[in-house]
Design a protein around this ligand. Sequence first.
Ligand SMILES: [Zn+2]
Ligand SMILES: [Zn+2]
Length: 350
Amino acid sequence: MKALVYHGKRDLRYEDFPDPRMGPGDVRLQVKSSGLCHTDFNEYLNGPLYVASTPHPRTGRSVPIVLGHEFSGEVIEIGPEVAGLRVGDRVAVNAVDCCRKCEFCRRGLFIQCRSAATIGFARDGGYADYAVVPADCCHILRPNVSFRAAALVEPLSVALHSVRKAKVEAGSRAAVVGGGTIGLCTLQALRACGVLDVYVIEKSPAKQRFAEELGASRFIHTEQSDPRQVILDLTGEMGVDFAFECVGSGSALETALSVTRPGGTICLSGVVPHAIQFDWNNVLSKEKTITTTIAYSDEFPIVIAMLNDGRLKAEGLITRTLPLREARGTLERFEELGSANIKMLIEMTS
Ligand SMILES: [Zn+2]
Ligand SMILES: [Zn+2]
């Protein structure tokens, strides 16, 4: 099969790759749509970070590895121990393949599984014609959810998980720092949870249209105005109840802290690749709460249901569609293309 394979830092290859072998609890998918993600670009530029560089204890896989952790497909083969899935089922893939046996898994803390193997990092992923994944990671799509939309179930699940972890309340006000894929997914999750106003803080004016179409009460362009002052004006000098950091930088965290009211909650969703400093006194003396999220737990079926009935939207986030053979060049130029794009999607033609 053809695949986009990660061989190491700045070494991505579009090449023939052996068809992955099936385990008894696995299914083989014909991949349909696969989202390009900043995390993959980060692997390309600075990795291996999440990609296994030594054999993973459970999957035995390491570089070279097929990237791709946001994807959908059709089931074309099922392992002998698989129950609940049939050939022909349309599915979205939860990328966290956990053991389901360790103490963390037993408590439902799947992300913290002692031997978690993320698909696309420690198992071959969705930048390929075919993918073999555990049946337990597959979630059947509802009728109104297309394969294209299903490739966004993963980032939407990250967003919904962050909103649930922050214990967001209906009627509250929130700010989202960062108007990229995760920021715009978080905006939608907040709207779906009954938040009264959501303010999106972003440096690229090209993101304004997307934020407004998806329900932002106000788009705050950081190069034209001071987000803290704008939000104080909008909230009667109080600040928002919840702020979501969806960039992954120290300055975005400072912005999130500065716009959150005393007693409010800041949720960190952006991955920061290095240690950062921030004003701890702003957290402590104002009794603010900080929560974090790295992935998701049981959000996949919820997101699929909310896409099905229209409470969440995926199509509006897809700004570029490309065939697999162009994925390498597109991923290598991810940052440059990023200011004008939200989600770039590989659509398999086979
Ligand atoms: Zn991703
Ligand atoms: Zn486990």
